[in-house]
Every structure is written in C-alpha cells, then in structure tokens.
Design a protein around this ligand. Structure first.
Ligand SMILES: *[C@@H]1O[C@H](CO)[C@@H](O)[C@H](O)[C@H]1NC(C)=O
Ligand SMILES: *[C@@H]1O[C@H](CO)[C@@H](O)[C@H](O)[C@H]1NC(C)=O
Ligand SMILES: *[C@@H]1O[C@H](CO)[C@@H](O)[C@H](O)[C@H]1NC(C)=O
Ligand SMILES: *[C@@H]1O[C@H](CO)[C@@H](O)[C@H](O)[C@H]1NC(C)=O
Ligand SMILES: *[C@@H]1O[C@H](CO)[C@@H](O)[C@H](O)[C@H]1NC(C)=O
Length: 481
C-alpha cells in the first residue's frame, strides 16, 4: 500500500549540475539547524530547495470527528522567523508537541520514544502510554529536500485547537540530522492530500471534507522578530485560525487569487515583482509559485532573481557555498513587492535583509561596502513551482488558504501589527501568544510548552545595528526552506 512516492534526492551538491536534474515537484519544508549564525547556514538551506519530488494521488479517509467550527491556534516563532510552530496534542491522554506548521507538505509526523537519532532536546511521543494508539508494521520514509524522516505508519487521536480526530501519522524512529529544530517534535503538513507520502488526508482537509469548518479555509498571521535586538529562540509568533479569518488581524478586504493548477501545493502565479520602484513582469511560464509557511525565504527562478537584484545598486551574486544568494550594501533598504495578478504586496526591507557577510563568506567577490544577504535567492527549480514564497513574504500580509473555491487570499495586516507597506519602520512586535520569548544561550531553550507570561521584545528601529548583531551573535538558528 505504501510505496515511497518521492524521487530520491539526497543532498545534491550545490552546483549548476543540480539544476539539470529533474523530475517532479519541489517539496518545500526543509529544515536546517545549526548553532552558528543565520548567514553561515544559508548555503545548506538553498541547496535543500533544489531537490526534486513527485507526488501521488490521494486516499481519502473517513475521519472520526468531534465537532467544532473555528479555532484560533497560537503560533510560536522559532529563532527570529526561521520557522513557525504550533501545539498539536497526540494520544490518550493527550500529550502536547510543537510541530512546524507547513503549507508546503501534507503529512503529520512526530518523533517517538523509539527514535534512535533524536537528541535530548526533541520531546518524544511515547506510543505505549496512549490507549488509542494503533500501530502497524508498515515502514515509511518521507523525504524532504534537506533530509528525511522514517518510522512506521500509525494512527492515534490528534487534537489541534479544539479539533480532534483519529489521524494517520508517521511514528518517527529516525530522522536525518537537522531536519527539525530543538524543542520541536515534527511537522504538521497543511497542503492537500495529493502531496501526502502517507497517502492520507491531512488533518485540516479531513475537517474540510466533513464540512466541519465554519468556513472552508484557514488563515495565518505571522509575526516578525528578524529585527529584534534580543537573541530569540522561540517567541509568540502569530495566529493560525482554522475554519475562519479574524478581522482584528487584517484591514480592508481579502484579495483571493484562484489556485493555479491542481490542488497539491497552495500554488499561485507570480505576475510581477517590483524592486526599488522598478517593475519586472513575469512571464506566466516562469511564475508558478508555492505559497509555503514552512519555507523561511523566497526562492525565485535564476534569471528573475538576477533581474531583481540588478535593480539594487552594488548588489552581487555570491559565489562558492553562497552561490544562488545575493549580497547588497547593508546601508540599502531593499523594497520589493510581489503581485499574483492583483495588488502589489510589499515586503518590509527588514525581511529582505538576513544579516552581514564576513570576508570568508564573500570569497573573492570584489566590494568595498559592508554586504548583507538578501531574502530572495535563485532556487533554480526545473519543474513544479518555479517560486517558493515563504515567510519573508508571508510575514507582511494576512494570508488565507481557502479550499473552496480553491484560492489563496492576502490582506493588509491590521494597523499596529507588523508593517505590510514596505516601510523601513519595523513596527513593534505584538506579543500575542501564551509563550514568552526565550533565549538561545543554553542551546536547548526553544521548547515553549508550559512557559507563560508575555515577554516584551523591544523593537529595534536601527536596521544597521540589528543586522550587525545578527552576524556577530552566534545563537541557535534554523533555516527552514
Ligand atoms: C535574532 O536576532 C538578533 C538580532 O538581530 C540576533 O542578535 C540573534 O542572534 C538572533 N537569534 C538567532 C537565534 O539567530
Ligand atoms: C482575533 O484576534 C484578536 C487579536 O489577536 C484576539 O484578541 C481575538 O480573540 C481573536 N478572535 C478570535 C475569534 O479568535
Ligand atoms: C476563480 O474561480 C472561480 C470559481 O471556480 C471562478 O468563478 C472565477 O471566474 C475564477 N476567477 C478568475 C479570475 O479566474
Ligand atoms: C565568517 O563567519 C564564518 C561562520 O560564522 C566563520 O567560520 C569564519 O571564520 C568567519 N570569517 C571571518 C573572516 O571572520
Ligand atoms: C507604512 O507603514 C508605516 C509604519 O507602520 C507607517 O508609518 C506609514 O504611514 C505607512 N504608509 C502607508 C502609505 O501606509
């Protein structure tokens, strides 16, 4: 019943050769972890997105539902916006785990106590303590671009918000190093069933199919910490509303854009990008984009990434390990907006600046300015979505993932929430969740379950200073692509 539907991939070398490889659709959630800084981790992350996948048809199950309608689920921002997680309860009695919330994949997996490669910082689910756990002996491996997870297919009670069902999941016994960050225990896929390696209906879609969502959609507000002066491993990071939208989180109307192509990824078509005031029109043949909360940055086709950065004076294509990424003078505010056929949605310059490159990272790139790394890179995918629109973009809008009619919607964030107009003003981060920002100093402090109170991370309006800190302070940092 279960065959591995993915073309295998293992880590491709980060070279032009990788671009010749083909087949299938890029799979989005790639998780990279390291205790070194963000800029140092970028090459591995870019490499990861170049891996290729295929997907299988869905096998719709009949979930055993407990009724609900709309629920707001707090999101945790992991490591300065590198990823966003939510609490998912598994088993009977239920145990809480922080899982990556990923619109770019469609499987649910959790690390178990049988995990051989999980470090002590990965909270594990103990199947023997759950009275509703149903084991199988069917092994399964799920490949992600930067790694894999394997285990056995199982089923258990899963609760997310107040929604509960008996869900098929992967009980993970092993995963590749760095696939998830400390404090997290797995991934909850929020894509469509056709992408599922388990060949099952994703949690959200089961409730949609059963008409149990008050509206056939879910919505994200993602907070911004990339500009924070503090070293942040985990902090209140926004809200996922399952089954509805929350009108306090956005203003104006929601612009819905029909999905492009079949329901697999949440795919739109990029129609134009504007950079430093200049508009670049995108041919529809190179505009297919996966809208992916599980990806940190924005991946664009090679030629388009080059045209984008050509509008930023002094920018350079990086070389060696950093090939595919671009550097630009740190004093420049890079203002980019993206249209999917309607509004030009602006990205804050804060999100376009990932930190400073030191001399080693620059190699023999010839420049006299202090250079920073940009948030748009050349992902060079040969088939499937040409673009991966990740959190660098999604932090700037309220986003709605609607199953019927199938669309992704964007709206301007409510005033007082993170800037959505591309101004260089970072705006204070709103601390709305139930967790407080935690630091990385112990290297293991990113588990947020049980912490309380509302920390106040003070905004740092001096971009240059915060950028310098990014590069000079070595905290734990994960880049999810
Ligand atoms: C978060 O950002 C701050 C300020 O830019 C930086 O000092 C810190 O090292 C970053 N934390 C991580 C985990 O990268
Ligand atoms: C909508 O968001 C606001 C601001 O975060 C929150 O106070 C409110 O409870 C939310 N409403 C619902 C119905 O979740
Ligand atoms: C979007 O899809 C809806 C429903 O399928 C359809 O009625 C509408 O014409 C489409 N809009 C555009 C702009 O294609
Ligand atoms: C640049 O940063 C990298 C990664 O943190 C480090 O290994 C390297 O030594 C640094 N090089 C210089 C010249 O500071
Ligand atoms: C853009 O955002 C900044 C910061 O929130 C605000 O001061 C400014 O008025 C906004 N500009 C527009 C045109 O909305």
């Amino acid at each position: 019943m279960i065959s591995l539907p993915l073309v295998a991939i293992a880590l491709l070398p980060f070279t032009f050769a990788a671009r010749q490889l083909d087949a299938g659709v890029v799979h989005a959630p790639i998780v990279r972890r390291s205790h070194s800084n963000r800029v140092a981790n970028l090459p591995k992350a870019v490499e990861a997105l170049r891996n290729k996948y295929r997907y299988q048809a869905a096998n719709v199950k009949n979930p055993n539902l407990k009724r609900s309608s709309t629920v707001a689920i707090p999101i945790t921002d992991e490591e300065n916006d590198s990823s966003y997680s939510g609490v998912v309860s598994i088993g009977t009695p239920p145990k809480n785990f922080n899982l990556v919330l990923d619109t770019g994949s469609s499987d649910l997996w959790v690390a178990t106590t049988s995990c051989t490669s999980c470090g002590s910082d990965i909270p594990e689910f103990d199947p023997s303590k759950s009275s509703t756990y149903k084991a199988t002996s069917s092994p399964l491996k799920i490949d992600y671009g930067s790694g894999w997870v394997q285990g056995t297919i199982a089923q258990d009670s899963v609760t997310f918000g107040s929604f509960e069902m008996s869900q098929e999941l992967l009980a993970a016994t092993d995963f590749s190093s760095g696939l998830i960050d400390d404090g997290l225990s797995g991934i909850m896929g929020l894509g469509f069933a056709s992408l599922s390696t388990l060949n099952t209906t994703p949690f959200w879609e089961a409730f949609y199919n059963a008409n149990d969502l008050s509206e056939p959609l879910f919505s994200f507000y993602l907070e911004r910490y990339v500009n924070q002066p503090n070293v942040i491993c985990a902090a209140p990071g926004g809200t996922l509303t399952l089954g509805g939208t929350n009108s306090s989180l956005y203003q104006g109307s929601i612009e819905y854009l029909n999905l492009t192509g079949p329901q697999s990824y949440w795919s739109l078509t990029v129609s134009s990008v504007s950079v430093q005031g200049k508009t670049i029109n995108i041919d529809s043949s190179s505009g297919l984009a996966a809208i992916d909360t599980g990806t940190t940055l924005i991946g664009a086709p090679a030629l388009i990434a080059a045209s984008i950065w050509a509008q930023v004076p002094g920018s350079v294509e990086l070389i060696g390990d950093y090939q595919g990424l671009y550097g630009f003078p740190c004093t420049t505010d890079v203002t980019v907006s993206i249209s999917f056929g309607g509004t030009n949605w602006a990205i804050s310059p804060l999100d376009m600046n990932l930190g400073t490159l030191n001399d080693t990272m620059l190699g023999n790139v010839n420049t006299t300015s202090r250079m920073c790394v940009g948030g748009i890179f050349d992902v060079s995918i040969d088939s499937g979505p040409a673009w991966i629109i990740g959190d660098t973009f999604l932090k700037n809008v309220y986003s709605v993932f609607r199953a019927s009619p199938a669309a992704v919607g964007f709206a301007q964030l409510a005033s007082g929430l993170s800037s959505s107009n591309g101004s260089s003003d970072p705006n204070p981060v709103q601390v709305t969740g139930s967790t407080s920002p935690s630091t990385c100093s112990t290297g293991s402090g990113s588990s947020t379950s049980g912490s309380t109170g509302s920390g106040s991370a003070s905004p740092n309006k001096n971009v240059a200073v915060s950028v310098a800190l990014l590069a000079s302070v070595a905290g734990c940092f994960t880049l999810f692509l």
